[in-house]
Design a protein around this ligand. Structure first.
Ligand SMILES: Cc1cc2nc3c(=O)[nH]c(=O)nc-3n(C[C@H](O)[C@H](O)[C@H](O)COP(=O)(O)OP(=O)(O)OC[C@H]3O[C@@H](n4cnc5c(N)ncnc54)[C@H](O)[C@@H]3O)c2cc1C
Length: 381
């Protein structure tokens, strides 16, 4: 076992730590207030390679291993948690398109995505339900060498800013999970509509609904074999669950560090707040829990890098870490007293923002199902 970062990983952590502090953090609260997409910061992020972490070098990416990508997203989340959705999507797309898309699709989308000029989103969830992903109703019907896609997608992150979405649709409606395919759908295609949601958090990146009314895409836009989106393509979701954990940990760690500063500086009863164990002990406990969670996420990514099974570990990351981080941030808010409840400090926004990741990419209940199936055997759960 070796827990040490490599020289390259240390450079990534130091460089991105400084970038997150100096470039990303200053706009974090302003974007929440305005709800405007932070295009300028997005461009700056692309310049340091944050949207190409898992993109092959051939397409202008960094082609980093999963552990290093995890270290990178954790650092970025210290600056702006919400912009990490862009990093997350780009890691997902790097693996997804890199492994399952044809050359043309990779060339047209991976390079521009890494360069920050094209944004990609994921459209799986539908209005009638997201947990039962195999129950989607969106249809893709083959017509000659095209597919014609019709349906409604819900809860698409970056829906208003995106240039394309990877849309999951039924190509064999009678076959359940074995009848789903994935397509890259440019969002300037005829038949596309989209509307934003008014969310409690992550406002600048905007989530919303995507409507597809007879949208025609060529066969070359199918990602992976027909009907095999669930058995093959969806495995990409595994490792992004560990990235989500690290993204939440970056935000929670910032809340903890802010709280340490605040409670050292503020005095009550003639001494710093931090001199009370009622203040310092919760911070100490959370520091321990976050550290534990960090190693679960990093080990999951290490398993992926080593080509070893990691589905259950990834589900554990998603099951435990976002909720844990929300708990930590909530305690940090209370330790800020009434100021924590104002918008003068970032802690209330961190709480709103990070909460979304408890639900996104599968709720804790669904992750527990995955872990339980792994432990007991599918037929016993
Ligand atoms: C911030 C955010 C970003 C998101 N981004 C995207 C995105 O980019 N693309 C995308 O496609 N989706 C996205 N989602 C959607 C997300 O993946 C779904 O919300 C999630 O999978 C749950 O689906 P649902 O909301 O339809 O809840 P439902 O499936 O309706 O479930 C409602 C509740 O019932 C529980 N439940 C359901 N079935 C079971 C069961 N068998 N056992 C126990 N409990 C159960 C769930 O855990 C949940 O608490 C995002 C969501 C959020 C909040």
């Amino acid at each position: 076992m070796d827990f040490a970062l490599t020289e390259d990983q240390r450079i990534v952590v130091d460089m991105l730590g400084a970038f997150a502090r100096d470039v990303m953090a200053p706009a974090y609260m302003a974007t929440d207030r305005s709800g405007a997409f932070p295009r300028e910061t997005w461009t700056r992020m692309s310049e340091v390679g944050l949207f190409g972490l898992r993109v092959p070098e051939l397409h202008g990416g960094q082609d980093l291993d999963c552990v290093t990508a995890g270290l990178a997203i954790e650092q970025a989340a210290r600056g702006d948690f919400n912009l990490c959705y862009g990093i997350l999507n780009s890691c997902f797309m790097g693996d997804l398109l890199g492994r399952f898309a044809g050359d043309g699709l990779q060339r047209d989308w991976l390079g521009p995505m890494a360069a920050g000029t094209r944004i990609l989103s994921v459209a799986l969830t539908e209005p009638q339900g997201g947990s039962d992903a195999a129950g989607i109703r969106t249809r893709a019907v083959r017509q000659g060498s095209d597919y014609v896609i019709t349906g409604e997608k819900a809860s698409v992150t970056l829906v208003m800013a995106a240039d394309a979405a990877v849309v999951f649709a039924k190509t064999d409606p009678e076959a359940g999970a074995r009848g789903v395919s994935a397509f890259l759908v440019p969002l300037d295609a005829s038949g596309i509509g989209r509307t934003p949601y008014a969310d409690m958090g992550s406002r600048g990146i905007v989530r919303g609904a995507l409507f597809l009314d007879g949208v025609r895409v060529p066969e070359s836009h199918r990602i992976g074999p027909e009907n095999e989106a669930f058995s093959k393509v969806m495995s990409t979701f595994d490792y992004t669950r560990a990235l989500i954990g690290l993204m939440c940990l970056g935000a929670a760690q910032m809340a903890l560090e802010d709280t340490i500063r605040y409670t050292r500086d503020r005095h009550a009863f003639g001494k710093p707040l931090s001199a009370n164990q009622g203040v310092s002990f919760p911070v100490a406990e959370w520091a321990g829990k976050l550290e534990m969670a960090r190693w679960l996420c990093l080990r999951t990514l290490w398993l992926r890098d080593a080509g070893l099974p990691h589905t259950a570990e990834a589900a554990m990351c998603k099951m435990l870490v976002p909720e844990m981080c929300v708990g930590a941030i909530q305690d940090c808010l209370v330790l800020h007293g009434h100021y924590g409840y104002t918008q003068d400090f970032p802690v209330e926004q961190r709480l709103r923002d990070v909460m979304g990741q408890i639900i996104a990419d599968g709720t804790p209940q669904i992750q527990k199902l995955i872990v339980a199936r792994h432990l007991f055997g599918r037929q016993f759960v």
